[in-house]
Design a binder for this molecule. Structure first.
Ligand code: IMP
Ligand code: MG
Length: 180
């Protein structure tokens, strides 16, 4: 399937950065990498809504082994800019004590969301915590924490598609698109 080169979301125009084919090939690799490490551990994939919903679906299937899937909702973004404070909208309901947790994110930008969430998660005494993000903007990181699995590093540009939104639009685009 060939995706459009140019798309509109609200008032802005975006240009194709990564095809669906490239995206899915990388997610498949990430799943296999996780499989090597976690295959006998029945890990909990903990997705961060809303952005991670598509990546989670593909990553959990690429993992292939026994696992559980759960979601939380945190929010720090409005429009193109991070608001800077992290609010929990839907909390963690799964018991993670003594379980191996893989936090699944669509993108890590400043790192604030995950940096703030990590101590909350640690208090629940998981056996281990790892972070898997589909995208990382290395030039935007302000809060350091160990990121174990990274799909792609991208320039510090606003992107949409494959779960990522611009004011809730464009999450269902198959590829990744960057602001023109
Ligand atoms: P952080 O706390 O600055 O790392 O921001 C993380 C969250 O901001 C991500 O989970 C996304 O929901 C959102 N975000 C960051 N960069 C982008 C982008 O380029 N496009 C869409 N959403 C983004
Ligand atoms: Mg997100």
């Amino acid at each position: 399937m060939t995706e459009p080169q140019i798309v509109k979301a609200h008032d802005l125009t975006f240009q194709l950065m990564m095809s669906e084919e490239k995206v899915l090939a990388r997610v498949e690799e990430m799943g296999k990498e996780l499989k090597e490490k976690y295959q006998d551990k029945n890990p909990i994939f903990l997705g961060v809504l809303n952005g991670a919903f598509i990546f989670m679906a593909d990553l959990a299937r690429a993992f292939e082994e026994q696992c559980e899937v759960s979601f939380i909702k945190l929010s720090s973004y409005s429009g193109l800019e991070s608001r800077g404070e992290v609010a929990t909208v839907i909390g963690l309901t799964t018991d993670v004590e003594d379980r191996h947790v893989i936090v699944v994110e669509d993108i890590i930008d400043t790192g604030k969301t995950m940096h703030d969430f990590l101590p909350i998660l640690r208090k629940m005494n998981p056996a281990s915590v790892a972070f898997a993000t589909f995208l990382l903007k290395p030039d935007a990181i302000k809060y350091e924490f160990p990121i174990d699995y990274i799909g792609f590093e991208i320039p510090n540009k606003f992107v949409i598609g494959y779960g990522l939104d611009y004011n809730e639009a464009a999450r269902n685009l198959r590829g990744i698109y960057q602001l023109k």
